[in-house]
Design a protein around this ligand. Sequence first.
Ligand SMILES: [Zn+2]
Length: 165
Amino acid sequence: MDKLTPERRSENMRQIRGKNTLPEFAIRRLCCELGYTGYRIHRKDLPGKPDLAWVGRKRAIFVHGCFWHGHHCAEGIRKPKSNRDYWIPKIERNQQRDAENIAALRVAGWSVLVIWECEINKQGRLSKRLQQFLLANTLNKSFRRTRQKARVPLTQTSEEFCRKP
Ligand SMILES: [Zn+2]
């Protein structure tokens, strides 16, 4: 029996494709609200097609689903009961590929930040981490544009997160 709501089902599909997931929208929105605009999404010419990338500044962010990328949290260590022979190698391959992509970016001089899905609802801590990451060794103040105050919890983010000023 399939009891998923339409929203839940479309989020599942996004997670399977691994692109434009709700946690990704939440991070993009938070970056906009903090004033770090100008990122590119899923750049094909970068290892692992980072979810957000500031190309000129060589900053890349990956937003990872805890289950699919094998995070060390309750969701990440949850192992499916059926088709284990399929899921476990798949998650291990994802982890291996993630490590290779991050290493390749670092070798090319990039700074890389991984944000896990389970961290999305800790908005205060997340804002601080993003600011530290994006401002580190950055002297150009124009990087950070106008700041808008967050009004809605990140967990309620829709796709219309970033309003042009
Ligand atoms: Zn997690």
